[in-house]
Design a protein. Sequence first.
Length: 134
Amino acid sequence: VRSMNVSRTDISDLVMVTLEAVVPESVLTSFTEKIKKIVEVYAVTVYTAGEGLKKTGFYRLSMEALNPKLWALMAKYGAALSSMGDESLVISKTGGDGDLAELYSLLEGPHLLGFCKSGLIVEESLVPFDELGG
């Protein structure tokens, strides 16, 4: 297992546990059955490596970094200005680990004050829309 993330959902008694693991297809069924024995499982969704899975990286930079070169870099890599304070700013980028690492390497230096990234994000509903009725 590479990473695990637990988060709330919009359904009050349901939490989402996201596991990132590299599992050979030949043992995938037994792997998911083992997980079901540990916790109550509503659904298991499997994705091919990199397919539809994203993370969001947050890069905190000193205000000295705010220049035309940074704006050009943000435009090229699809990053957005998330917040600005008196002494620092935060930009964010959503993408794969490789995308986030590439932008990190370009920002690395005396103006990069901090970095963190989210767990895996999948942009789909846990429950099909037609099952949400009241």
